[in-house]
Design a protein around this ligand. Structure first.
Ligand SMILES: [Mg+2]
Length: 278
C-alpha cells in the first residue's frame, strides 16, 4: 500500500488553449508519445462541494458542535492543525449527537442535480468511478441513499455512531485511509487513486477545494472549479473548468470520440516519484 505524501511547489502561469481547457505552456521535448486510444478511464470524485452543493462536513459540525467548530475549521484552513486534529476536536465539541436531528439535517443537503445522471453515464459506459472524500462515511452514505443513489464506491474517514440513550449517539472517529507521513489530510485521496490505477489507466479527477490539491497533481485529466481552479493555475496543472457533471460528461465524450486520452506527463512523473519513494 502506498502511503506517502508529496506536493509540488513550482509555480507558473497558464495559457488558455481554448474551449475550456487550460494548460501550462509547453516546454521543448515535453510532448508525451504514450497516447493510446484504448486506455481505460478511472474517475475519482470529491464529495463535499463537488457532489453536494455545500461542504456538508463543515456545516454538520457547525450545526451540532457549535461555534467552536467554526474556530477549528479556521485553524485547519490556516494550516495550524491537521484534518485529523480538526475531526477529533469537532467530534469532542459535539459530545452526544441527536440522531434524529442529524438525519433531518443531512436529508436537507442539496446535491449537484447532474450527479445522478453522471453515475448513470459511468455505469452505462462501464467507466469505473470512486468517490474520494476527506469527509465522513456517515453523511456520504446517508445523503446518497436519501437521493436514491446506491452502490457507489467511496473512500472516506469513518464516523462510528453508536446509539447511547434517549435518541442520542456516541461518536468515534477513525481514519482507515490516512497516510502516516502526511500532516494535512485524514483520508489520503492520492494513495487511493494510485492504488486503484494501473499503468494503462487514465485517471480523471473531479473536485473543487482544499483536499483536492494533492490528488490533482497525480491525475491525468483534471476537472476543477472554485478554489481548486486557482490552485491548478498557481501550480501549472492543466485542467478543464466545469460547473456541473453535465460539463464533465460532455468533455469526456469529446475526449473519447477524438481518442485523445493520454497520460499527463507531469502526473506520470509525480506518480513515478511517489512509487520510487515507497
Ligand atoms: Mg470538496
Amino acid at each position: 500500500m502506498l502511503f506517502k505524501s508529496g506536493r509540488s511547489e513550482e509555480s507558473h502561469s497558464l495559457s488558455e488553449i481554448g474551449s475550456g481547457f487550460f494548460a501550462p505552456p509547453k516546454e521543448g521535448g515535453t510532448q508525451n508519445d504514450k497516447s493510446k486510444a484504448d486506455m481505460t478511464l478511472k474517475v475519482f470524485i470529491d464529495f463535499d462541494g463537488t457532489i453536494t452543493k455545500q461542504d456538508v462536513g463543515n456545516a454538520f459540525f457547525k450545526e451540532f458542535g457549535g461555534e467552536s467548530c467554526t474556530e477549528y475549521i479556521a485553524e485547519y484552513k490556516s494550516e495550524k492543525i491537521s484534518a485529523k486534529e480538526l475531526f477529533r476536536k469537532e467530534v469532542a465539541a459535539i459530545g452526544l449527537l441527536d440522531e434524529k436531528k442529524a438525519k433531518k439535517f443531512l436529508h436537507h443537503q442539496t446535491l449537484d442535480g447532474s450527479f445522478k445522471g453522471f453515475v448513470g453515464y459511468c455505469r452505462s459506459h462501464n467507466i469505473e468511478f470512486h468517490v474520494v472524500s476527506d469527509g465522513l462515511d456517515y453523511y456520504i452514505e446517508e445523503i446518497l441513499k436519501h437521493h436514491g443513489i446506491e452502490g457507489v464506491s467511496f473512500f472516506s474517514n469513518r464516523l462510528e455512531v453508536l446509539p447511547a440513550e434517549n435518541g442520542f449517539a456516541k461518536l468515534t472517529i477513525a481514519f482507515p485511509f490516512d497516510d502516516a507521513d502526511c500532516t494535512r489530510c485524514a483520508c489520503c485521496k492520492r494513495n487511493i487513486m494510485l492504488t486503484k490505477c494501473g499503468e494503462d489507466d487514465i485517471s480523471v479527477y473531479i473536485g473543487e477545494g482544499y483536499s483536492d490539491r494533492c490528488p490533482v497533481q497525480y491525475a491525468d485529466i483534471v476537472f476543477a472549479k472554485d478554489e481548486l481552479q486557482k490552485f491548478c493555475q498557481q501550480k501549472n496543472i492543466s485542467y478543464f473548468l466545469y460547473n456541473s457533471f453535465d460539463d464533465v460528461v460532455k468533455r469526456l465524450e469529446e475526449l473519447l470520440a477524438k481518442k485523445r486520452l493520454k497520460p499527463r506527463r507531469e502526473a506520470e512523473m509525480k506518480r513515478r516519484e511517489a512509487f520510487v519513494r515507497e
